[in-house]
Write a protein that binds this ligand. Structure first.
Ligand SMILES: [Zn+2]
Ligand SMILES: [Zn+2]
Length: 293
């Protein structure tokens, strides 16, 4: 999967899409989960694009798929719902589309902006279905270059921790638009699409200093990199971000730490499901803490 991760204001993105979308040569379909979780709207004119959601209760709520008629047309497939019934979903690979999950403001917390991304499938995925992805990839690179013009290259997001304040913040490689930088500088925060992480922005030279400091960082004498939090100092347990008990949030645990023999300190174990799949579960032996007291 070729992916570009980014943060941008909905206003900037809709405005960009409105200018980029040319209905004579392109097609565009949108799924807006704030309206209907399953329905795809076919966009006829660029003006319609600004009518979709700017705020959402969770990330990845609005998905825009763009394609070019000379590469393919949108194709659909019936998908069954667990609750019964079915709906028409776009067949992403045979349509040769490019998906853009928009970065949107949070409904509940007006200081949060959710991460978005732009993506196409892996070349091997297209090849295994008998498609040559070369043209699509060329278009993706073009689209990506245009999209990057929204981004303010002098800033980058950093993670400072939630349950524990990081000694050195961790830079996150995602683009941040001019609008999103201003949003952050006036008190907004950026929320990861898939994890609990929340970021703010720092100038790029600052982020480079953090990167250097992180590379040089070593656990002090008599300690080792914590197996449970892998040095981050915090863990997710029972759905909450918590200070790691194994290292007390320092990221480095004493070499005499008694790691749980069941999960070897990782805090999680794989359990077989009724089918032949495996599921990750908090280790029942140490309660997911990674250590035995
Ligand atoms: Zn730890
Ligand atoms: Zn354990």
């Amino acid at each position: 999967m070729a992916t570009l991760r980014f943060f941008a204001t909905p206003e900037e993105q809709y405005e960009w899409l409105k200018h980029y979308f040319q209905p004579e040569v392109m097609w565009c379909v949108v799924r807006d989960k704030t309206r209907d979780p399953y329905r795809w709207w076919t966009v006829q004119s660029p003006e319609e694009l600004t009518l979709f959601a700017h705020h959402a209760p969770h990330s990845l709520a609005v998905c825009v798929v763009l394609g070019w008629y000379d590469l393919g047309e949108p194709r659909w497939r019936r998908v069954s719902l667990d609750t019964g019934g079915e709906y028409e979903d776009i067949d992403f690979f045979s349509s040769h589309g490019i998906e853009i999950y928009l970065s949107l403001y949070s409904f509940e917390d007006q200081h949060l902006l959710f991460e978005g991304w732009m993506a196409v499938g892996r070349p091997s995925d297209y090849q295994s279905l008998g498609y040559n992805p070369e043209q699509l990839y060329r278009r993706f690179r073009q689209l990506e270059r245009q999209w990057r013009k929204l981004m303010d290259c002098s800033y980058t997001p950093v993670y400072r921790g939630i349950a524990v304040m990081r000694a050195v913040p961790v830079p996150y490689s995602a683009g941040v638009s001019y609008g999103a930088v201003q949003w952050c500088l006036s008190g907004g925060r950026l929320k990861s699409a898939l994890t609990y992480a929340v970021y703010d922005v720092v100038p790029i030279h600052q982020a480079k200093q953090y990167e250097r400091a992180l590379r040089q960082f070593q656990c002090p004498e008599g300690t080792q990199r914590c197996r449970r939090c892998k040095g981050g100092g915090e863990i997710v347990l029972e759905g909450k971000v918590q200070r790691c008990a194994a290292c007390d949030g320092r990221g480095c645990a004493s070499i005499s730490t008694k790691w749980c023999p069941h999960c070897e300190g990782s805090g999680s174990v794989l359990v077989p499901l009724y089918s032949d799949r495996l599921m990750v579960q908090d280790c029942p032996f140490c309660g997911g803490r990674g250590i035995i007291a």
